[in-house]
Design a protein around this ligand. Sequence first.
Ligand code: AMP
Length: 671
Amino acid sequence: MVLSFEEIAKSYKRIEDLSKRLEMTDELIDLFTGRSPAELEYIVRLTKGEVRPAFEGIELGVAEKLAVKALYQVTLISPDEIEEKRKTLGDIGSLAEEIMRRKMQMSLFSEELTVDRVFKSLEKISLVEGKASQDHKLKLIAELLHDATPLEARYITRIVCGKMRLGIADMTIVDALSYVMTPEFSDIIEKILSLRPGEPIEASVKAISTHKTAALNSLIDLISHPKKNGLDPDIIQKVHPLVDDLRSRIKNNRKIMVKAYNTHPDLGSIANKLMEFGIEGLKTIHVQPGVPLRAMLGERSSSIGSILERMGGETALEYKYDGLRVQAHIWNEEENRSIVLFSRQLEDLTDQFPDVVDYINDRFQGEDGIVEGECVPVEPNTGRLLPFQLISQRRGRKHSLQEKVKEIPVSLIVFDCLYSNGNDMTNEPYLVRREALKGLFKDLGENIEPEKGVSLSKMKIVKDPVIGETFFNMSLEDGCEGIMAKSISGSSVYQAGSRGWHWIKYKKDYRSELSDTLDLVVIGAFHGSGRRKGRYGALLMASYDPKEGIYRSVCKLGSGFNDQHLFEMVSIIDELSGPIEHVWKNVDSKMIPDICTTPDLVLEVLGAEITFSPNHTCSFGKIKDDAGLALRFPRFTGRYRSDKGPTDATTEEEIIGIFGSQNKIISDRSS
Ligand code: AMP
């Protein structure tokens, strides 16, 4: 049966009205179930609002003006009138829906849109290039809109303009796919029901067929407290193993999915493979030059002593360079060497750093490889590290790139090797990977030599906290932001996509009483007054809760902005703003700012301390009833963390951890 786009548009509408991650997962499970491999691939891509994975660099992102033009062509409602409506509605999707609703009354013929047709047309739009590309895109959009219902138009225009923003994190899609790929699901449910467990278990089990994840969680909750819930112990003894079995199957499938996603972050092709070959098919996904891996991340610590304790008494320490993380892929294609650079957000950076590509080309002596490093601005004569801000001036630049390359020379300081000469290195321990890394480049040393362009991160293996502290101080003197401790145990594999204790960062910002900066997400803005009239006076900032997929407010940020920041912020906020019900689906905040924004922009923030606050929702009620945690005296450091996406922001759990260690220090001092 051909799948209509209307069916998935209705599902998107339901998702828009949901805010809880589990409910969204359930809706996605329904949307994904029973699809063919190609259909599921298209649905997953459309749900993410893209036609190809972001790392391939093929973007839709059509200007809203073009979508408005297409609306005019299809409805003949005057551009002025459409523009007027756009001002009041704000969001391009709601505008298209409203305008198309009026068109419905005049339209005579239209053909039902299928998912296949919508996807393929969007794919064409993303690939159109050249002189007449705008006209061609306009034609393709208008053709789709001509046959679209108002609801379909809502999502077609959003996807086309790169503004789908359903608020679904990739991990929610992974969760939903893990359920879909657990076919034993209904068997186990049948088995439980055949035991005639009686109420309330029966009702709870039956609910699983409609409310999947949420109902399974309540069933687990129910049977975990048999006494309190008045359940028969004999029945519980039989039901428990069946539920545990179901949970462990889902968990196991999820683990395989997450591993596949971390090594090949293209959910569309993973979904296709899943439907074609089942969960086992995912085990054939391997590290492959050209496809970026999700970055490994570290935990944080506030002393060398605690790092050594965590690492079992001995650890490697590396300088923590302050620049831009780069994953360089090098391989040969028909005798030609290909070099592609990816950012931590998996964007293709190759065109922005032609000098780094040249350096790698000169120095690389392996057959192929994937290496990670920090791209840092350096003083051309001495190799001295320069402030990271300079690197931002090189990012996103198309015009006058050559001048900027000369003006701001950079070096790549490599620190890890994920693939070497045909071998996946991610399952090797740290020291083995470091040896492989040394072998991949000619004459690779720890001193930065600007003319060579590639050097190795400075590293020392330490057991003694005093020697560790000296190394840390040296790193600061040399212009780094601290150190990265790396486990040298046999199990210190490269954990793509996860934050773990194999790596621990230790930074110190002497300007602050807090030992580290936070990376917080902008969720709104307050109009400025006085000197800041016409600009924004403060931003509402949030931390991230990955378990629920929710952003919770943690402070109102008004200091640290210079005139340039304030000026830039107007257009940035404008781009991210929208109706609260659209942009704040995953936001939990008591404060309502003048402008609500989609959680997207991450800023580095310093603060004096973490305190209780009844006004902020971060960790609300978790440590103290009626209060959350807030950052006192927050100040913008001037650093836009464009290398981080909103889900990479400081988590609620990290803030609780900082609050805990800060209070420990205070009580240690006073005792
Ligand atoms: P943060 O961005 O504060 O969470 O710190 C993690 C980042 O430190 C990584 O994403 C890298 O970009 C950067 N970094 C700098 N030097 C190193 C190093 N030697 N090893 C690992 N990461 C490093």
